[in-house]
Design a protein around this ligand. Structure first.
Ligand code: NAP
Length: 266
C-alpha cells in the first residue's frame, strides 16, 4: 500500500501537534506539508516542539496544494478557516478530515453538496474521541426510556464556540428518539438570564469554560426516584488521535461527506 500523503493545517495548535506526531509515528502515513498561520520555520523540524520532519511550512493552502502531493488534508484550526480550507481541498481533489468545530448546519450542507459533486470523501468530526462517540450512542439509547435530560459540557477557556459540537450532536441524537418536551417546570423563570442554559428542543445544554479542563461532558437523565449519568472525559489531546487515524483511513474509501465519527464507527 502506498503511503497516505497528508497536509496538516494548524500544526502548532494543541490538536495539530498531536496530529503531526500521529502522522510521524504511523508507518503508512507521510506528512508532505503543514499549513500554519505564520512561518516560524521553513520546515516542521524548525518549529519548536514538533518532530524532526522535513515537510515544508506554508501559509497559503492554494500554493501548498499546487506544490505538494496530498491525499488528505487534516484541518484543526478555526471554523472560519476550516470551511475555506475544505473548499480549497475539494478544488484540488483532496479529501478533508476536519476536527475544527463550530460549523453551522448550512456550512455542512453546502460542503456536503460540493463533496457529492466532486465525488470526494470528507469527514467532519466535532469529537474524535471514540469514548465520546460511545457516550453519545449510550445517551441516545437511554433517552428512549428517560425523557428528562440535561447536558453539561465542560471545556478549557480557550474554546471559542459554545455549546460544544459534541453537546449539540448529543442533543440531536437524543431528539431523534425523544419527543420534544420543555425541561423543568412549565412556569419556571430565569431570574438571571441564561441560568437554565441553551434550549435544544426543550433540552437544556450548559457550557462550562475553565482553565485546567480539556473536554468533558455529562448527560444527566432523571426519572421517578432515579437518575442516570453518562460521562466522558478527555484528559489530553492524545485521546483524540485514534479517531483521527480511523477518519484518515476511512476518508480514502468514501465518496461523500460524513459528519460525526459515530457514522464511521461500526
Ligand atoms: P488551538 O490550540 O488554538 O490551535 C489552533 C491552531 O490553528 C493554532 O496554532 C492557530 O495558529 C492555527 N490556525 C488558525 N488559523 C489558521 C490558518 N488560517 N491556517 C493555519 N493555521 C491556523 O486549538 P485546538 O485546541 O488545537 O483546536 C483546534 C480546533 O479543533 C478547534 O476548532 C477546536 O474546537 C477543535 N477541537 C476538536 C476536537 C475533536 O475531537 N474534533 C478536539 C479538540 C479541539 P495561531 O495560534 O497562530 O492563531
Amino acid at each position: 500500500m502506498n503511503d497516505v500523503k497528508i497536509v496538516i493545517a494548524g500544526p502548532r495548535g494543541n490538536m495539530g501537534r498531536e496530529a503531526v506526531k500521529l502522522v510521524d509515528r504511523t508507518d503508512h502515513f507521510q506528512l508532505t506539508a503543514v499549513l500554519d498561520s505564520k512561518i516560524l520555520g521553513q520546515t516542521v523540524a524548525e518549529i519548536e516542539g514538533l518532530p524532526s520532519l522535513e515537510a515544508p511550512v506554508y501559509t497559503d493552502l492554494e500554493a501548498c496544494l499546487a506544490e505538494v502531493e496530498c491525499d488528505v488534508l487534516i484541518d484543526l484550526t478555526t471554523p472560519e478557516f476550516g470551511k475555506k480550507h475544505m473548499e480549497i481541498a475539494f478544488a484540488h481533489g483532496v479529501r478533508p478530515v476536519v476536527g475544527t468545530t463550530g460549523f453551522s448546519n448550512e456550512d455542512v450542507e453546502e460542503l456536503s453538496r460540493t463533496a457529492e459533486q466532486k465525488g470526494l470523501g470528507a469527514i467532519i468530526a466535532p469529537n474524535f474521541a471514540i469514548g465520546a462517540v460511545l457516550m453519545m450512542k449510550f445517551s441516545a439509547m437511554a433517552a428512549k426510556y428517560f425523557q428528562d435530560v440535561e447536558i453539561i459540557e465542560q471545556h478549557h477557556d480557550r474554546k471559542l464556540d459554545a455549546p460544544s459540537g459534541t453537546a449539540v450532536k448529543t442533543a440531536k441524537m437524543i431528539s431523534e428518539v425523544r419527543e420534544e418536551k420543555p425541561q423543568g417546570h412549565e412556569d419556571e423563570r430565569e431570574d438571571l438570564e441564561g441560568a437554565r442554559g441553551a434550549d435544544y428542543n426543550g433540552m437544556r445544554i450548559h457550557s462550562v469554560r475553565l482553565p485546567g479542563l480539556v473536554a468533558h461532558q455529562e448527560v444527566l437523565f432523571g426519572g421517578e426516584g432515579q437518575t442516570l449519568k453518562i460521562r466522558h472525559d478527555s484528559m489530553n489531546r492524545a485521546s483524540f488521535m485514534p479517531g483521527v487515524k480511523l477518519a484518515i483511513e476511512t476518508v480514502l474509501k468514501i465518496d461523500q461527506l460524513v459528519y460525526g465519527l459515530e457514522n464511521i464507527m461500526e
